[in-house]
Write a protein that binds this ligand. Structure first.
Ligand code: NDP
Length: 286
């Protein structure tokens, strides 16, 4: 007698959500730490987000991840939002403390950690981002806050998102920002130190696709990064490696953003190695 059968509940709200693999890294990490946490993968339709967010308190959950399409909408249901997440206008992690909901964005921080792990410095550097969606916003703001000198933001003209993100970086951070209209094969300017694909080009099942870039303008001194987690060794990275550039895959970002989220929920630091191994097993990577 005296056993505790209750588990601490965390998870993710999204729509669609069926193929989100975060539960795999979460349960591996929690089991490794020996803590009774359960990560739930939950389908929440857009019109039910408010009800779902109040359920966090009612069910005494520790917190939740938000993914498509909830990262922006969730802000209106939070009691507190971290300053950088306010600038991004997006939250991917909520934790519950003393009955109040706190919003954070760990995507960009996870990306920065993956750069650090690979020995890439940001201070005074010029970075070019392909794409201007949610992942790009988080990465742009964190790069700027970490001391990047200049951001070049390339996006297709139709959505207007490239101009919006460029203006946001100029107004809300100390970095310079320039919009590049991406309606042609893109040459990478020689001032670029860090090149990041933040689009979903190359994401499973479209693994034979790569961004429309003149790969002969990539040079060995550049660090070339992809956010695509599945399959992580993208054609984009393979092309960069052929030109001698350092390549950094999206698994580092995925694992590191999760470690930061899990720290908010558990107060503990999960093992990156355990999580990476669990993902590699899941994706059948050696
Ligand atoms: P969004 O839909 O918000 O943004 C997608 C961006 O890609 C937009 O700028 C869009 O341009 C651009 N894009 C899409 N298709 C093309 C194309 N054919 N040519 C040129 N540009 C294109 O998505 P997210 O930012 O939320 O996600 C992007 C990727 O990041 C996904 O693959 C996701 O899996 C990954 N991701 C990885 C994480 C990790 O931890 N590794 C964390 C978060 C996301 P336009 O504005 O013109 O539509």
């Amino acid at each position: 007698m005296g056993n505790c059968y209750r588990e601490e509940l965390v998870g993710v709200f999204g729509c669609p959500i069926d193929e989100n693999p975060t539960v795999v890294v979460a349960q591996a990490a929690f089991e490794d730490l020996g803590i009774p946490y359960r990560y739930l993968t939950i389908l929440v339709h857009p019109e039910d987000l408010g009800t779902a967010m109040s359920a966090l308190k009612a069910l005494n959950m520790k917190g939740i991840h938000l993914t498509i399409p909830h990262k922006v909408e969730v802000l209106k249901y939070l009691d507190h939002v971290a300053e950088d997440a306010q600038i991004m206008g997006a939250v991917n992690t909520v934790y519950v403390k003393d009955g109040e909901l706190y919003g954070e964005n760990t995507d960009g921080k996870g990306f920065l950690t993956s750069l650090k792990e690979e020995g890439v410095s940001i201070e005074g550097k010029t970075a070019m981002l392909l794409g201007a969606g949610g992942a790009s916003r988080a990465i742009a703001v964190e790069l700027a806050n970490a001391g990047a000198k200049k951001l070049l933001i390339a996006n297709r003209p139709a959505s207007g998102r490239g101009e919006v993100l460029t203006a946001l970086v100029r107004e809300k951070t100390k970095a310079e920002a320039e919009y590049i209209c991406w309606d042609h094969k893109l040459s990478i300017p020689q001032e670029v130190d860090i090149l990041v694909n933040t689009t979903n080009i190359g994401l499973y099942p479209d693994t034979d696709q790569k961004p429309d870039v003149d790969y002969n303008t990539i040079f060995p001194r550049m660090a070339v990064c992809d956010v695509i987690p599945n399959h992580p060794h993208t054609l984009f990275l393979k092309e960069a490696e052929k030109r001698g550039a350092k390549s950094i895959d999206g698994l580092g970002m995925l694992v590191n953003q999760a470690i930061i989220s899990f720290r908010f929920w558990t107060g503990r630091t999960c093992s990156a190695e355990v999580m990476r191994k669990a993902l590699s097993r899941e994706y059948g990577i050696e």
